[in-house]
Design a protein around this ligand. Structure first.
Ligand SMILES: NC(=O)NCCC[C@H](N)C(=O)O
Length: 293
């Protein structure tokens, strides 16, 4: 089969210069008891404040724009309380957008909301995952040509991961499936690339074979501990050129990243972290400079 055209600067890595990103309005955000962090928050009596959520989200938008990133926003949809976590709904690839298939019923409608926005904006749609389940928080574009997918068998299943992986394998990419602990929700809560050669990771929670592969690739690991994972301190977005955005909830980790020559921009996002998601979960990159350049 002939290789697909590359109509857009769809990301081929987690760390090429970020040019455009998709967010969604948090207007209907609420704490859904569907992961360890949100269940703990509800047990402690925490609740959502829409005014604070809007302000924090606006701060994220302004930080992205000040860093030169174009921000597109999906409008709010009633009955979609987790819509703001756009990462999980879809994946922009070098060949177009793929609609994902969230594992939880209350999140399935988010995919249509995002695809409708993408179509209206004229974005190229490559396809949709129709089997199993796969959420974007489990996906890591490790290198151009190498996709990693975390498989908990809850949010992302082997079947869903293979269905997504087939889009990439067709284009000659290697696809690695990594088993992850379902209690940690997604891979991006405990493994996130800051740049080509630096990752934030909670080594003791990761599959040892995966950690060995990361080290063999020459990727340095900034260690993150279990408490820092729970506060979404590992869940960062790379802007490229050794800049990241974090929630600032794990200052020790941010400092360790700065010590490696990074600029770390922080945006407090407590209304979202109590739902189980941080900066990486709230952002779905639409365009990045190719990491092969
Ligand atoms: N990528 C992520 O880790 N997303 C966070 C999703 C939070 C949402 N409340 C969920 O449990 O699906």
């Amino acid at each position: 089969m002939a290789p697909l055209p590359r109509p857009v600067e769809g990301p081929d890595s987690e760390y090429g210069l970020l040019k455009e990103v998709l967010l969604a309005s948090p207007r209907n955000l609420s704490i859904v008891p569907c992961n360890r962090v949100s269940e703990d928050a509800l047990e402690k009596g925490q609740s959502s404040c829409s005014v604070t959520a809007s302000r924090q989200h606006r701060d994220l938008v302004e930080t992205l724009m000040a860093a030169g990133v174009r921000v597109r926003t999906v409008q709010p949809v009633a009955d979609l309380p987790d819509l703001a976590f756009t990462r999980d709904t879809s994946l922009m690839t070098p060949w177009g957008l793929i609609g994902l298939r969230p594992g939880l019923a209350h999140r399935r409608g988010e995919v249509d909301a995002v695809l409708d926005t993408a179509r209206a904006a004229g974005m190229p749609i490559l396809g949709r995952v129709e089997r199993g389940s796969v959420e974007g928080g489990d996906i890591c574009l490790l290198r151009p040509g190498h996709l990693v997918i975390g498989v908990s068998e809850e949010r992302t299943t082997t079947e869903g991961a293979r269905a997504l992986g087939s889009f990439f394998e067709r284009e000659g990419w290697k696809v690695t499936l990594v088993p992850i602990d379902p209690d940690l929700l997604h891979l991006d809560t405990h493994f996130c690339l800051a740049d080509r050669d630096v990752a934030l990771a909670c080594v003791e929670k990761l599959d040892p074979t995966f950690v060995a592969m990361i080290r063999d690739l020459g990727i340095e690991i900034v260690p993150v501990n279990a408490d820092e994972i729970a506060s979404l301190g590992c869940n960062v977005l790379s802007l490229g050129r050794r800049r990241i955005i974090s929630t600032g909830s794990a200052p020790r980790v941010d400092q360790a990243v700065r010590a490696r020559g990074f600029e770390v921009l922080t945006v407090p996002l407590g209304e979202f972290t109590q739902c189980g998601g941080g900066v990486h979960c709230l952002t779905m990159p639409l365009r990045r400079q190719s990491a092969t350049l």
